[in-house]
Design a protein around this ligand. Structure first.
Ligand SMILES: Nc1nc2c(ncn2[C@@H]2O[C@H](COP(=O)(O)OP(=O)(O)O)[C@@H](O)[C@H]2O)c(=O)[nH]1
Ligand SMILES: [Mg+2]
Length: 199
C-alpha cells in the first residue's frame, strides 16, 4: 500500500465521541508496551504518527487516524499495565469492549503479542471478545528481532497453542526494528479490505 497521507483525527473515550463511521476501520490492540504504536508507525512509514514511548500505560484514550482518506486506523488503550488501580483497569476494559461491540465500520482487529511472552489473562479475554462479537482479527507476534529464528518458531508454536487450538487464524511474525512482516501484513489487510468491497 502506498501511503499518501496519514493524519491524526481525534481521541475519544465513548461512542458519542467517535468520528463518523465513514471508512473501513482497522483497530490495533495489545498490552501496554507490546509495540502497538511502533507497529502502526511501521505500517504507515511515519516515525511519529502514533506516539511510541518507554513508559507503558500512557495511552488511555482511543486514537483515530485517517490513512489515505480511505481507511482509518485506531490505536486502542494498552491493557495489563500493573501500576494502575482496579477502577482504572475496569474503565480501560469497558472502553475497549464497548468499542469492539459497537463500532459499525470495524473491519479488522490487529491483535498484537510479544513473541517472548505467554499470552496474559487480559490477552485471553480480548481474544474471547473478538470471537464472541465475530470480529475478524489477525494475531501479530512482534519483537521477533529479539530472538533467533529457532527460538521464534518455538515461541510461535507455544503462543498459538496458548491462544487455543480452535484458532485456525493466521499469525504473522513482525519486527518494527527490521520491518519483517510489514509487507505480509499489508497484503493481508488489502486482501481483506477488497473482499469487503466486493460484498
Ligand atoms: N526490538 C524491538 N523493540 C520494539 C519493537 N516494537 C516496539 N519496540 C520497543 O518497545 C517499546 C514500546 O513500544 P511502543 O510501540 O511504544 O508500545 P505500545 O505501548 O504498545 O504502543 C519501545 O521502547 C519500542 O522501541 C520491535 O519490533 N523490536
Ligand atoms: Mg502506544
Amino acid at each position: 500500500m502506498k501511503i499518501t497521507s496519514a493524519e491524526f483525527i481525534k481521541s475519544a473515550v465513548w461512542p458519542a465521541q467517535y468520528p463518523p463511521a465513514t471508512m473501513p476501520e482497522i483497530a490495533f490492540v495489545g498490552r501496554s508496551n507490546v509495540g502497538k504504536s511502533s507497529l502502526m508507525n511501521t505500517l504507515v512509514g511515519r516515525k511519529k504518527l502514533a506516539k511510541t514511548s518507554n513508559t507503558p500505560g500512557r495511552t488511555q484514550l482511543i486514537n483515530f487516524f485517517d490513512i489515505n482518506g480511505a481507511i482509518s486506523f485506531v490505536d486502542l488503550p494498552g491493557y495489563g499495565f500493573a501500576k494502575v488501580s482496579q477502577s482504572v483497569k475496569k474503565d480501560w476494559g469497558n472502553m475497549i469492549e464497548t468499542y469492539l461491540r459497537e463500532r459499525q465500520n470495524l473491519a479488522m482487529v490487529i491483535f498484537i503479542l510479544d513473541i517472548r511472552r505467554d499470552p496474559s489473562d487480559d490477552d485471553l479475554s480480548l481474544r474471547a471478545w473478538l470471537e464472541e462479537y465475530h470480529i475478524p482479527y489477525i494475531s501479530i507476534l512482534t519483537k521477533v528481532d529479539k530472538l533467533s529464528n529457532n527460538q521464534t518458531l518455538g515461541r510461535k508454536k507455544l503462543i498459538e497453542k496458548a491462544l487455543g487450538a480452535d484458532t485456525q487464524k493466521k499469525t504473522i511474525l513482525f519486527s518494527a526494528k527490521t520491518q519483517k512482516g510489514k509487507e505480509e501484513l499489508w497484503q493481508f489487510l488489502e486482501n481483506h479490505l477488497s473482499s469487503l468491497e466486493c460484498r
